[in-house]
Design a protein. Structure first.
Length: 145
């Protein structure tokens, strides 16, 4: 996908972005970010597309991760979703305020608000849902099939 086409204008566009994430195509994922994107995870703040890609390229050396859209809303420059996420650590990960242990798979739901700038993801804000992933009727990660 050309960088100019990598914009969030619909659920299908967001799904394309997440497909890049799930298949670890970081350069294609980064095409969806504004150059001055800001994303906070753990005790880190990432302020560029490359910083986000570098973080996930490292994290995915420790843990399989799969995300899927449960709910999606788009209104002007705001995109909101509920996002079930599945983690299967194959090496212990203790970095940046995050902790994942081998043999302890984890399922969480995040509520995410993306602020868009010209269709590119500019700000990423995340909150966690305290209930079970099953509340959102997800199909689950590919390794559960």
């Amino acid at each position: 996908m050309a960088d100019a086409e990598a914009r969030i204008r619909s659920r299908a566009d967001l799904q394309n972005y997440l497909d890049c994430f799930n298949s670890k195509r970081y350069a294609e994922q980064c095409a969806y970010y504004a150059p001055d994107v800001i994303y906070k995870v753990g005790d880190l703040t990432h302020t560029s597309p490359q910083a986000i890609a570098d973080f996930y390229a490292d994290f995915h050396q420790y843990c399989d991760e799969y995300v899927e859209i449960a709910d999606f809303l788009l209104d002007g420059d705001k995109c909101a979703l509920s996002l079930p996420s599945y983690f299967r650590p194959f090496r212990d990960y203790e970095k940046h305020g995050l902790s994942f242990k081998v043999g302890e798979p984890r399922e969480i739901v995040s509520f995410i608000i993306y602020t868009l700038k010209d269709g590119k993801i500019w700000r990423i804000r995340v909150a966690r849902y305290p209930g079970p992933v099953s509340d959102f009727n997800p199909k689950g990660p590919p390794w559960k099939a």
